[in-house]
Design a protein around this ligand. Structure first.
Ligand code: AMP
Ligand code: GLY
Length: 456
């Protein structure tokens, strides 16, 4: 079979890796792909938003199956363009991708169908929003209605901050038309967990849980980013939470979308907060998370193509979705300065280390080939993922592997998965040194010969 992947980030690299393992796949095309994806697929330089060119390319190559990875093309109807041209396509149509593309839509859906979420109001006039904020309970959360690269959410600890936030989103339009409308939402507290679910429109199968680290700096400081690292599974996603979400969130949401004439086929990403009053939905996304995909996909036992086909064909009820009984941690290697100003074009060295080791992955987020070399080409550069039999082991392995890679201005967080200790070791032992700070010497044998690698 010939498969075409639309996208060029770490999520699409992880998807491409999984699909390349399917014995039925002979050829993969990626638009636009990146240097890592290029090792598994033929990359073609077409924008993810150029539906016409993408479909023409798929026709020319007689592609058998298409996967649309990122949020922007899904929201713009790129999956519709492929489906309407007759290609079996994984990813929701535009009328279903709205569950991510409009926060006001998803809040209204949850209210109408009694899916647990924070109380909220929607405003399209800044004056009304300011009036409401005069008496609203603080802290409070402001969200741009539209897509804003995961950055359109303002957590306001004071009334003044909230008033300023209305100006930022609705008057100054920091996120463009995404801020034409805003959601003002009750502030919730608790652990965050992400659960990505496959859906064929009727059946929904949750994958193993994961947790993202959205802030740029250690200790959850600095600006929000697309995600600086993830771990899976989340020790906080207990059987009890799973039971609650299966009853009150996943199936209800898919059924609600169908009832609204918006059949959802693809991955429904449920961002949850485990509040003192029970799990509540923070957000829905209409695709795999990035970098959640980088820890969830390597743990999946099933053939990815078969599961995706079942989503498209409406036969997901026949799939027995299974994950390895292990753990994964992904540490994002970024360019210093991300998410604001950063330089690109630096050579990435050490990638050969991953080719010779099982359970270690370098999923490329922002890379490209230049003069025969792999160079940095984005704020987020590489998702370094490692498996382990426990979360602690996976984290130690992932941090060791981050040292195999070198490029100028390399930046990462050093506390990805810190919360793991609280869950599994307990509050008293939390005082002890972090197991990942243990020095461990590893050897990586690459073309340049043996190198000693020290994790600290
Ligand atoms: P979202 O894109 O809606 O998931 O929001 C981004 C981040 O903002 C979430 O991962 C949470 O950390 C935080 N957040 C969003 N909504 C709320 C809320 N109602 N209360 C507290 N924190 C929130
Ligand atoms: N990592 C968060 C997202 O993909 O939206």
């Amino acid at each position: 079979m010939k498969v075409m992947i639309v996208g060029g980030g770490g999520r699409e690299h992880a998807i491409t890796w999984a699909i390349s393992r399917s014995p039925r796949v002979d050829k993969i095309y990626a638009a636009p792909g990146n240097a890592g994806i290029g090792e598994l697929a033929e990359c073609v330089d077409i924008s993810v938003m150029d539906a016409e060119k993408l479909v023409a390319f798929a026709k020319e190559k007689e592609v058998d199956f298409v996967v649309v990875g990122p949020d922007d093309p899904l929201a713009a109807g790129v999956a519709d363009a492929f489906l309407d041209a007759g290609f079996p396509t994984f990813g929701p149509r535009k009328n279903a991708a709205i569950i991510e593309a409009s926060k006001a839509f998803s809040k209204e859906l949850m209210k109408k169908y009694d899916i647990p979420s924070a109380a909220y109001e929607v405003f399209d006039d800044p004056e009304d929003a300011l009036e409401y904020l005069k008496t609203a309970k603080i802290p409070i959360v402001l969200k741009a209605d539209g897509l804003a690269l995961g950055k359109g959410v303002l957590i306001c600890m004071t009334r003044e901050e909230a008033m300023d936030g209305v100006k930022t989103l609705m008057v100054d339009k920091q996120f463009g038309s995404a801020g034409d409308k805003i959601v003002i939402e009750e502030f919730m507290t608790g652990r965050e967990v992400s659960v990505l679910c496959f859906s064929d429109g009727k059946t929904i199968l949750p994958m193993t849980s994961a947790q993202d680290h959205k802030r740029a700096g250690d200790g959850d400081t600095g600006l929000n980013t697309g995600g600086m690292g993830t771990f899976s599974p989340s020790p906080f996603y207990t059987e009890e939470v799973d039971k609650f979400c299966k009853e009150h969130v996943y199936q209800k949401t898919i059924d609600a979308m169908r009832a609204e004439g918006r059949e959802f086929k693809g991955v429904l990403f449920c961002g949850l907060m485990l509040t003192p009053d029970g799990p509540k939905v923070l957000e829905f996304n209409a695709r795999f998370g990035d970098p959640e995909a980088q820890v969830v996909i390597p743990r999946m036992k099933n053939d990815m193509l078969t599961v995706m086909e079942a989503c498209v064909n409406g036969t997901l009820d026949q799939i027995d979705l299974q994950f390895e009984d292990n753990a994964a941690v992904c540490v994002m290697l970024a360019s210093d300065g991300y998410p604001v100003h950063y330089e690109k074009g630096f050579e990435i060295k050490g990638l050969e280390c991953f080719a010779t080791r099982d359970g270690y992955y370098a999923f490329h987020s922002g890379s490209k080939m230049k003069d025969g070399k792999v160079v940095t080409n984005g704020g987020r550069v590489l998702g370094v993922t490692a498996l382990g039999s426990t979360l602690q082991e996976a984290r130690t392995n992932a941090y060791a592997a981050t040292e195999w890679v070198e490029f100028d201005n390399k930046y990462m967080r050093h506390d990805i998965g810190k919360a793991i200790d609280e869950a599994s070791i307990g509050s008293i032992r939390r005082m002890r040194p972090d197991p990942s700070t243990k020095h461990e010497v590893r050897k990586c044998v690459g073309p340049g010969g043996a190198r000693e690698l020290r994790s600290s």
